[in-house]
Each structure stands twice: as structure tokens, then as C-alpha cells.
Write a protein that binds this ligand. Structure first.
Ligand code: NDP
Length: 439
């Protein structure tokens, strides 16, 4: 830690993984001999750069851009870009580190990376978003490529932003290739990619519940977030007969006892790019709890009644007090749509209570897995139907679930899916690193 102070989120992610790996490092002396732990926590390459652009008033704005190319043992670097004011080196590193193990867990040929900028897209005009994306790519283009490093979206980066980035990349390189995933389906995007993280998360939850002789049907679900992952989690929950009753944004929580109106939610968030306070105005029977009214020790959404919880907004959005409240209120499963949404204390409480608990690197891997399907379609100049993609996604999520469950069982901790996911992912990456020599 001394060599990189103040990387709180990165250390949190690494500590969780090292706790899991302690159980398996002794099983294979090659891991120590090849210094796999020392190498795996160190990114292969980190790029930090200035992003200068001109706002609508003609003023020059400056942001910090990042790309952490963490590990390429299993395939080209792969991972999203996040535009949010909170983005810093620690957050990008934690996301990149998690991505390495997540991508390995999918069983697909993908390395791990993450990037972004401390740019806040909220309240920016379309022209400002475009100029920012172009300025960001003016530096990043030289580091990425369809066989080198393939970014995608994340918080604050959706199809529109990827379109502007792809356009600038094409202008600078004169190449029309699959350098991004999550593209618009009109020019190379895969059907089903937009839905994949949320749908995949619910497919994972379904398997996990069935493994405990439970079903998803009829369960009241607490979902946080109202972006890409949350919307498609809610949509698939409704599809499978569950009842999602909440969603959140950074200003507040919507509680809709009769079930979230997905059409209204999509209209506000995807079409109007609006706020959830509008949802409550259009649905007078829904309650809106503004951020100022949140409990001092946590978040309103986790204090409501629900049997299943799907944190789908951001890191550390569910703490120990929230976890206690969920458990007291009869929650039987937590499935992470976001990356590291539960604090370590909260995760410990779920493990101790032995409820079904799926860490993000297993439960939200459907997004990156479908990105790989997009890369395959681009490379083969093909276009698969939504149904083909969704069927493959379902197979991949079942595979991830089984790999996670079986590894946890093999290590004699059948309910510890954190352990199962970390160890299963690590073994693949470590083997590939050893086979590729000291590089
Ligand atoms: P979006 O930008 O589409 O949505 C993010 C949502 O989370 C918004 O509702 C946003 O509210 C809320 N949010 C973000 N930051 C905060 C914060 N600091 N406090 C409270 N609310 C916050 O992002 P995605 O849905 O794509 O991503 C959500 C999570 O899922 C992230 O952890 C991401 O890393 C993870 N993920 C995403 C994948 C994907 O395919 N998109 C794949 C795998 C993981 P507001 O609008 O108010 O900011």
C-alpha cells in the first residue's frame, strides 16, 4: 500500500480477492514461483492523460482521462469507460482489477481493462458531450484497437457517447473495425448487448435461487440505480414474474408498491434523460424518498421490504447497516448488478447469514460476455438475431453460475460465491500467465 497511497477502492477489491486466494496459493507451488500475486495486482500499462475541450460558452475545460490496461493473458484488454465526476486512479484500477477476474470467469478469450474520465455529463448539451468524447479519443485512439484493447460503456457512457468516440476513432485511423462494443446496432452493435448485463444478472439470480429450492416468480425485489443495468434488471424481473418495487438515482429512491412501471421508467431515463422525481409525479401512487430523507447510516432503498436485492448503481452503495436491515426484513438473496456495490462489512454479513449472495464479477458478467459476442460478429462480418444472442447469454450465465458454485463447493464453502468466483477466475488467468512466461 505504501507505494500507492489513497487508492481505497483498489485496495478494497484486492483485499477481497487475496482473502479468497489464501486458500489456494498452497495448492500449486507454481503460483509463488512465478510471483503471480505480485504480477496480477500490477497493471500491465496505465495511461493518464489531459482531456481539453471547449464548452458551449467558448471556455476551455480540462478533465483527467484514464485507461488501465490491466491484464492481457487471456485475450485483448476489455472493459468499459466511465464518465463520472468521482472517477480517479483508484476507481479505475479497482474496476480494471475486477474486470480481469470477471472476464476470466466467463470462460471467453478476454483480457481486462477499464478507463474513463472525471467528466460529469449531467446537464451538458449534446454538442458538449460530442466535443468531450472527441477530445478523449484524440489521445486514447493510439492505445486501442480491435485486437489490442476494446472499450465499452459504463456509468455515464452509453450508445450516444460510444457513437461519438467511434466516429472520432474512425476519422483518426481510417479504420472501420470493432474497436468498441455497445455500439448502435445500425453500425456494428450487437442486438441484446444493451440488455445483457441486467438480463444476465437476473438469469444468474434465477439459477442461484433454484439451487436453494426457491423461485424468482412472485418475489418482491429491491433494485437500485436507474441506468442501463437497473432498467434491464427490472425489465427481466417483470418478464419472469417477479415484482421489482424500487429504483434510485443519485437524488432519491422511488418505491412503487404495485411494481415499477417499466415503460414510464424507460421514457424518463432513456428518451428524456430525466430524473426519477419525474417518475413519482407521473405515478401518484409511487413514493419518492429524496436523498435528504435517507437514514444517516445508509440508504433508503435497502430499508424497504423485499425478498431479493439487486444493487445496480455504483460501488459501496450498500453498507453494513443496510445489510442488517435487509436481513431483518427477510431478504433471501442479493445479486450484484453493479461492480462492488456492497462494502466488505455488508458482504461479510450476507456470507455469515448464509443467504444466496452473488458478487458482481459473477452476476454482472453477462455484459462483457455479450461484448465478446459483438466482437465475434464484427470479426466475422455477421449479424445475429436478438434471440440467438439471448440464448448464448443464457448459456454463458448458466456456465458462470455452475463454475462459481462448483469451485465454492470444491473448496468446502458451498455458499461462498465470492470465493468461488475469485478462485475460478484466478486459476484461468494464472495458468495463462505462467504458460506465457515472464513478461
Ligand atoms: P448508468 O450510467 O447507465 O447508470 C448508473 C446509475 O447509478 C444511475 O441511476 C446513476 O444515477 C446511479 N449512480 C451512479 N453513481 C452514483 C452515485 N455515486 N450515487 C448514487 N447513484 C449513482 O450506468 P450502468 O447502469 O451502465 O452501470 C451501473 C453499474 O453496473 C456500475 O457499477 C457499472 O460498473 C456496472 N456494470 C455495468 C455494465 C454495463 O454493461 N453497463 C457491465 C457490468 C457492470 P444518476 O443518474 O443520478 O447519476
Amino acid at each position: 500500500q505504501k507505494s500507492s497511497p489513497a487508492q481505497t477502492e483498489f485496495y478494497q477489491a484486492v483485499e477481497e480477492v487475496l482473502d479468497s486466494l489464501a486458500m489456494v496459493l498452497d495448492e500449486d507451488s507454481r503460483f509463488c514461483k512465478h510471483s503471480i500475486i505480485e504480477r496480477i495486482v500490477e497493471p500491465e500499462r496505465q495511461i493518464m492523460f489531459r482531456v481539453a475541450w471547449v464548452d458551449d460558452n467558448g471556455t476551455v475545460q480540462v478533465n483527467k482521462g484514464y485507461r488501465v490496461e490491466f491484464n492481457s493473458a487471456l485475450g485483448p484488454y476489455k472493459g468499459g469507460l466511465r464518465f463520472h465526476p468521482s472517477v480517479n486512479a483508484s476507481i479505475v484500477k479497482f474496476l480494471g482489477f475486477e474486470q480481469v477476474l470477471k472476464n476470466a470467469l466467463t470462460g471467453l478469450p478476454l483480457g481486462g481493462a477499464k478507463g474513463g474520465a472525471n467528466f460529469d455529463p449531467k446537464g451538458r448539451s449534446d454538442g458538449e458531450i460530442m466535443r468531450f468524447c472527441q477530445a478523449f479519443i484524440n489521445e486514447l485512439y493510439r492505445h486501442i484497437g480491435a485486437r489490442t484493447d476494446v472499450p465499452a460503456g459504463d456509468i455515464g457512457v452509453g450508445t450516444r457517447e460510444l457513437g461519438y468516440m467511434f466516429g472520432q476513432y474512425k476519422k483518426l485511423t481510417n479504420q472501420f473495425d470493432g474497436v468498441f462494443t455497445g455500439k448502435n446496432t445500425l453500425w456494428g452493435g450487437s442486438l441484446g448487448r444493451k440488455e445483457a448485463t441486467g438480463y444476465g444478472c437476473v438469469y444468474f439470480a434465477k439459477h442461484m435461487l433454484e439451487g436453494n429450492d426457491e423461485t424468482i416468480e412472485g418475489k418482491e425485489c429491491l433494485v437500485s440505480g436507474s441506468g442501463n443495468v437497473a432498467i434491464h434488471t427490472i425489465e427481466k424481473l417483470l418478464d419472469l414474474g417477479a415484482k421489482p418495487v424500487t429504483c434510485t438515482d443519485s437524488d432519491g429512491t422511488v418505491y412503487h408498491k404495485k411494481g415499477i412501471d417499466i415503460k414510464c421508467l424507460k421514457q424518463i431515463k432513456e428518451v428524456e434523460h430525466g430524473r426519477l422525481s419525474d417518475y413519482a409525479k407521473r405515478n401518484p401512487d409511487a413514493e419518492y424518498i429524496s436523498r435528504e430523507k435517507y437514514p444517516d447510516d445508509g440508504h433508503a432503498v435497502w430499508r424497504l421490504n423485499g425478498q431479493l436485492a439487486f444493487p445496480c448503481a455504483t460501488q459501496n452503495e450498500l453498507n453494513a447497516a443496510d445489510a442488517r436491515s435487509l436481513l431483518d426484513n427477510g431478504c433471501i438473496a442479493v445479486c450484484e448488478g453493479a461492480n462492488m456495490p456492497c462494502t466488505s462489512d455488508a458482504a461479510d454479513l450476507f456470507l455469515k447469514a448464509k443467504i444466496a449472495y452473488a458478487p458482481g464479477k459473477a452476476a454482472n458478467a453477462g455484459g462483457v460476455a455479450t461484448s465478446q459476442l459483438e466482437m465475434a460478429q464484427n470479426a466475422g462480418m455477421q449479424r445475429w438475431t436478438f434471440q440467438q444472442v439471448d440464448e448464448k447469454l443464457q448459456d454463458i450465465m448458466l456456465d458462470i453460475y455452475q463454475r462459481t458454485r462448483d469451485t465454492a463447493a470444491e473448496l468446502d464453502r458451498p455458499t461462498n460465491f465470492i470465493l468461488g468466483a475469485n478462485v475460478a477466475g484466478f486459476r484461468r488467468v494464472a495458468d495463462a500467465m505462467i504458460q506465457q512466461g515472464v513478461v
